[in-house]
Design a protein around this ligand. Structure first.
Ligand code: GCB
Length: 685
């Protein structure tokens, strides 16, 4: 039940507490999901996501973390559903008689133990106990929310079914009020399945192979990062009132009159379920600036969308494009109800959403933010670290953002899946622009059920991230086999669907097909290509980069007439390995390879349609075991431990030089080192 959303019989009582408030006219209507699906007549469109607001405390909401040490039991790889048959969720996992391990949450389980749990295929079971205060009973709802579990999860509370979800890297939640033992102990059990198949996003395959110990299932996949699994992000319990704000949507603009404009939409749920005869009174929407001053406000009665106009707005600017990047306002929503007597108004629920005000526009030449054409200096990244794998780690998150800012980057792509909500919040606050990618990496074997899941992954991603000012584009895939004939109708359908829910962002993808064979790029707004000149092709020949790269970019441009970005380039580099003259895998080779790319990028930048350069990769990361990887992929500018390789200093000088050239930013004092009296600081740039 979607709750109250009145559009037709609206009675707007917009009390203009400030002179510049407006009503909801001109607000983007909810997309019509009946998109023509071409040859896929019988496709089921994803059910639109609902709720899932990031858990935040407020006057009406409490948040509790269930992070910490859980217990874990693994099933036999040959019998992943044994635990379901034997109903392991009915009692403590200790009663299964199996080996019970201590397992931290959030974390991937793979690198925690010293045994073969790392390569386990199939299901593992997590559990822990927790208390819920007596006072929560009946007066509010208690929600259970997972930031992400990879790949799929079944969840029980006190032995009773609570929720389930598939597709990693995305949040899910359930109202578990009816399952809880208030004032007493509760048990949560999670079955997590890491198997990837033809229809999962991303795809993989599980095959039985004969080993010295008999036949065992082996998971294989073509993507180049380790299939870490487990409860990867935080688990929260949070409360809302019975009648509550269930969802919020915002979009912003800077008007030609110099005003900031925020269009918002609110969903209220729970009225039917409330036995208290709640009468909604009004919603107070208030925008507060960093100094906690009211910048705009509005009171809505009987209508759940509107527009705030903000005089003298502080626009949201990216890092190094403005002295005060990442300016966020607090958009506070307060829902009021009438008491039984109908006289007093009581605050029923309140939620605060950080918002940025900015204009995002694009055309066939440029991507513009606040009217300024963007040149993106960035990275492809991974959520990856030793021991915790893909588990959320705030220390790592803070370190990564410090490094991103140290090096002068202004953007990254969430290759190859949605990153944590905490990292999206960080990006908003620091002015780092995000190309937000769904988990559709290396898609092959195109078929309708895969398409349904792929659409769902985009729908869930966009629903989760649509309110973040840092998101400047959606990436629908990384290196799909887009040259295959089946890719045409698949991507036509996927992009058509996604365009209808894109919430004001352009669509792109990271392509490794070539301009004349790719069936996907024609549907996109921004052309993104991955190419490893002088690494996978012409290995060792850094004298074969500039012409090949400029020719290829020009071909993409000529074929599709859209802005072009290089989303990946680079070469594997063993930290500490040196060679003069440069030799593949040495630090010197990575420096030379990057520097030759810079020459090509500068030639291309002169043509206005080339709008960004992304290094592969921000840091070294773990992959599956293969003979082409030494402990993982070593294309990082930083080591897996987040220390700079030699190339980091070169890249830093380039990224700051670009920022100074394009946006007159101040250069950091330590960008160059003293050499002699004659070499003046910074002139070396
Ligand atoms: C690519 C992929 C990325 C790999 C990279 C590489 O094209 O998009 O996932 O890690 O190449 O290093 O081979």
């Amino acid at each position: 039940m979607r709750g109250v959303f009145l559009t037709s019989t609206w009675l707007l009582c917009s009390i203009l507490l400030l002179p510049y408030l407006a009503n909801g006219e001109g607000f983007m209507e909810e997309p019509d999901l009946e998109y023509p699906l071409f040859d896929y007549g019988n496709i089921r469109l994803p059910t639109p996501s609902r709720g899932l607001l990031y858990p935040r405390e407020s006057a009406t909401r409490e948040v509790r973390s269930l992070d910490g040490m859980w217990r874990l039991v693994r099933s036999e790889a040959s019998d992943p559903f044994q635990g379901i048959r034997e109903k392991w969720y009915e009692n403590s996992l200790r009663k299964t008689g199996r080996n019970v391990l201590a397992m931290p949450v959030p974390a991937s389980y793979n690198d925690i133990t010293t045994d073969d749990l790392r390569d386990h295929v199939g299901t593992v079971w997590y559990e822990r106990t927790f208390f819920v205060p007596r006072l929560w009973k009946g007066t509010q709802r208690t929600w259970l929310r997972f930031g992400s579990v990879h790949y799929s999860a079944l969840v029980w509370i006190n032995g009773r079914n609570a929720t389930h979800h598939s597709i990693g890297h995305l949040p899910f939640e359930a109202d578990i009020s009816s399952l809880l033992n208030f004032g007493g102990e509760n048990r949560i059990t999670v079955m997590c399945d890491n198997r990837l198949g033809n229809r999962t996003i991303p795809q993989g395959s599980v095959n039985n192979v004969k080993t010295d110990n008999g036949s065992v299932p082996i998971q294989s996949y073509t993507f180049d990062f380790f299939n870490y699994a487990g409860i990867h992000r935080s688990v929260h319990l949070y409360t809302t009132p019975i009648v509550y704000i269930s969802d919020l949507q915002v979009s912003s603009q800077l008007t030609s009159e110099g005003l900031g404009r925020i269009d918002y939409r609110i969903w209220i749920d729970g009225i039917q379920e409330s036995h208290m005869g709640v009468n909604l009174s009004h919603i107070h929407v208030q925008l507060r600036d960093r100094e906690d001053q009211v910048a705009a406000q509005q009171i809505n009665k009987g209508i759940y969308h509107g527009t705030l106009l903000v005089p003298d707005p502080h626009p949201w600017w990216p890092y190094l494009m403005h002295p005060d990047p990442g300016y966020l306002y607090d958009l506070q929503f307060e829902l009021f109800v009438e008491t039984n007597e109908g006289e007093a108004k009581v605050m029923q629920d309140s939620y605060r959403l950080p918002v940025g005000i900015r204009n995002l526009k694009w055309n066939n030449e440029s991507l513009l933010l606040n009217g300024v054409p963007l040149y993106l200096r960035g990275f492809g990244r991974h959520e990856d670290a030793d021991i915790r794998g893909k588990g959320l780690d705030n220390a790592l998150l803070a370190r990564d953002f410090n490094l991103i800012k140290w090096i002068g980057a202004n953007a990254y792509r969430t290759s190859h899946y949605p990153y944590s909500e905490e990292s999206m919040q960080f990006a908003d606050e620091h002015g780092i622009m995000i190309i937000d990618e769904c988990p559709g990496v290396n898609i092959d074997i195109f078929e309708p059920q895969l398409l349904e899941n792929h659409m769902s992954s985009l729908e869930q991603l966009i629903h989760r991230d649509r309110n973040h000012p840092s998101v400047i584009a959606w990436s629908v895939a990384n290196e799909p086999r887009s040259y295959k004939p089946g890719a045409l109708k698949y991507f036509k359908s996927l992009v058509n669907y996604t365009r209808g829910i894109a919430h004001g962002r352009p669509l792109t993808a990271a392509i490794n097909a070539n301009p004349s064979t790719c069936h996907l790029t024609q549907f996109l707004d921004i052309v993104g290509f991955n190419r490893y000149n002088s690494w996978y092709q012409n290995t060792g020949r850094t004298d074969m980069i500039v012409n090949l790269l400029t020719d290829e970019a020009q071909k993409w441009r000529k074929t599709y007439g859209k802005p072009v970005i290089q989303f990946e380039y680079g070469g594997d580099t063993m930290e500490g390995m040196h060679s003069l003259p440069a030799f593949v895998w040495s630090e010197e080779y990575q420096v030379e390879l990057f520097s030759r790319h810079f020459i090509a990028f500068d030639k291309l930048r002169a043509e206005k349609w080339f709008i960004g350069e992304f290094v592969w990769n921000f840091a070294d990361f773990r992959t599956a075991q293969t003979i082409t990887r030494v402990g993982g992929n070593k294309k990082g500018v930083f080591t897996r431990n987040r220390q700079p390789k030699e190339v980091a200093f070169l890249l830093r000088r380039r990224y700051f030089a670009l920022a100074q050239e394009l946006h007159q930013c101040q250069l950091p004092e330590d960008l160059t080192v003293y050499i002699s009296k004659k070499v003046i600081r910074h002139q070396e740039l």
